[in-house]
Write a protein that binds this ligand. Structure first.
Ligand code: SF4
Length: 496
């Protein structure tokens, strides 16, 4: 006889997104968790120091609900306590029983807990209420975005204990306790349905806004395999379009068929439609030539940085979620066509070394080209100048000379239907170069580079030289791709 499965709140969230999402996720092999932001510290234990809790029962992975409840009822502080109701297992970061009921402290590894996550908090509280506990108070311990680390980590300044949620701008919104209690739903039926879905042979894929809201669902191509086979100039590649699915349903299947009354009219959309009408490629030559003439001065330094993000600041001068740049690649193209390459890879607190080498390798003249410069390299340079003001002059010169190579594409001066509505450097390289490909490298993505570097930085790699070589090839490919792209733009801007 099949016994019921245990679920976690992450499963409930998946189910609430869509039953097919939950079903797909259950069948997927669990991947080792690689967080976007590095977290080397046991943050819940740091939060205990903030609350001044010295003695507590520390829960373990396979603890039964009964064991934890026994300790809780005996009046102990519980840290990472496991509880379970109707096969929903939860782990409460910090909880304490008082005469008026439970005080529950959630730990949020971020700067501003938002009410978007209320389902997570209310589901935890629902389990505790079902186990018979009254709730006296709910607070969230989160990181203090304004804290700047000195030599030592100051736990009191690092955290804020909040009884309110925040909005995107960091302003206080709703009281946590009242909002969580008012949004609590009975999960009994959902949990029963989850048991049914978990053992189903299949679950239908039903397209809703949730399939593409914010980011495209990771199961999209499995759920709707026919869409993947759409032509390069399918109307479904039209960017920022509210009506593309409606138009496709009406038989307007190509970009060139788009009903202009229902196209928002951005420059990118115009370039896409023109490319489709022109047989695949659109180049707006005159503005492109003007843009290149105005912005690119020799010698041209094509640069790319790699960095890691730290939830808890590891070094002096950093805030929660600050980054540390650990690698750069620079290709320098001179007017006579010669090309030279420089790179840097450091570990631990290599910020000053990074800056000194960077300023030296870029030199004091010419343009500095990056891809999506404003959202990446430029921000990093400004942060470094704030942390090390004695290098501000050299860093400001690089910032002032910086040009974003994504602009000709973002501004709709160039579009090739093979881009399929995507504008990343990797996509552009695959379209505009036949001989170069990231697939030939051992590292294919920015986050793979970060994970490889973390191994080196934590001295967990037994093949350090090999990893260094791979990192160098990956970052070098980014800057060499820009050289290739730049040459392609020049040659097409100058065509008659
Ligand atoms: S693509 Fe849509 S239907 Fe498929 S799992 Fe994602 S949200 Fe559900």
């Amino acid at each position: 006889m099949e016994t019921d499965r245990s679920f976690h709140i992450s499963d409930v969230k998946k189910m609430m997104r869509c039953p097919k999402f939950f079903w797909n996720a259950l069948r997927e092999e669990a991947q080792p968790f690689q967080p976007f932001a590095r977290l080397d510290e046991a943050v819940t234990e740091l939060a205990c120091r903030k609350l001044g809790i010295e003695e507590y029962f520390l829960g373990q992975k396979n603890d039964t609900s009964e064991v934890t409840q026994e300790k809780l009822d005996a009046g102990q502080w519980i840290v990472k306590g496991r509880f379970e109701y109707q096969h929903l297992r939860i782990k409460l970061p910090i909880v304490h029983k008082t005469e008026e009921g439970l005080d529950v402290f959630f730990v949020f590894v971020g700067n501003y807990p938002k009410d978007d996550d209320v389902l997570y908090y209310s589901s935890n509280i629902w389990v505790m209420k079902k186990l018979g506990y009254d709730i006296h108070d709910i607070k969230i311990i989160h990181l203090n975005g304004n804290y700047v680390r000195e030599d030592e980590l100051d736990v009191n300044e690092l955290f804020i204990v909040s009884d309110t949620f925040y909005n995107d701008k960091g302003r206080v919104t709703k009281p946590i306790f009242e909002h969580v209690m008012s949004r609590m739903v009975d999960l009994s039926e959902t949990l029963e349905y989850m048991q049914e879905v978990a053992v189903s042979e299949d679950v239908p894929s039903i397209r809703t806004k949730k399939c593409v809201r914010r980011t495209k669902c990771p199961y999209y191509d499995t759920c709707f395999p026919n869409e993947k086979q759409e032509d390069d100039d399918s109307i479904l590649t039209l960017v920022s379009s509210q009506y593309k699915y409606d138009m496709a349903k009406e038989g307007l299947t190509k970009l060139k068929d788009a009903d202009l009354e229902r196209v928002e009219g951005t420059r990118q959309q115009f370039a896409q439609i023109m490319a489709s009408r022109n047989g695949g490629l659109y180049v707006d030559r005159l503005p492109l030539k003007m843009w290149l003439d105005e912005n690119i001065k020799f010698p041209v330094a094509f640069i790319d940085f790699e960095w890691d993000t730290y939830a808890v600041p590891p070094y002096k001068g950093l805030k929660p979620f600050s980054v540390v740049c650990f690698e750069y690649s620079i290709h320098i193209l001179k007017e006579d066509g010669s090309l030279t390459h420089h790179d840097f890879i450091g570990t631990q607190d290599c910020r000053e070394e990074f800056i000194e080498n960077l300023i030296h390798d870029i030199g004091s003249a010419g343009s500095v080209v990056a891809f999506n410069a404003d959202g990446a390299e430029k921000i990093r340079l400004k942060e470094l100048a704030d942390q090390f003001p004695n290098y501000r002059k050299g860093l400001d010169r690089i910032c002032d000379a910086m040009v974003d190579l994504a602009m000709p594409f973002q501004l709709g001066m160039v579009y090739d239907v093979r881009m399929r509505g995507l504008y990343s450097l990797k996509v552009l390289l695959s379209v505009f170069s036949e001989s170069l490909s990231y697939q030939d490298l051992s590292i294919h993505h920015g986050m793979d580079a970060v994970y490889s570097w973390r191994m080196m930085d934590k001295k967990q790699a037994d093949n350090e030289e090999e990893l260094k070589q791979r990192l160098s090839e990956y970052c070098g490919m980014d800057t060499y791709s820009m050289v290739v792209l730049y040459k392609w733009l020049i040659s097409h801007a100058q065509e008659d």
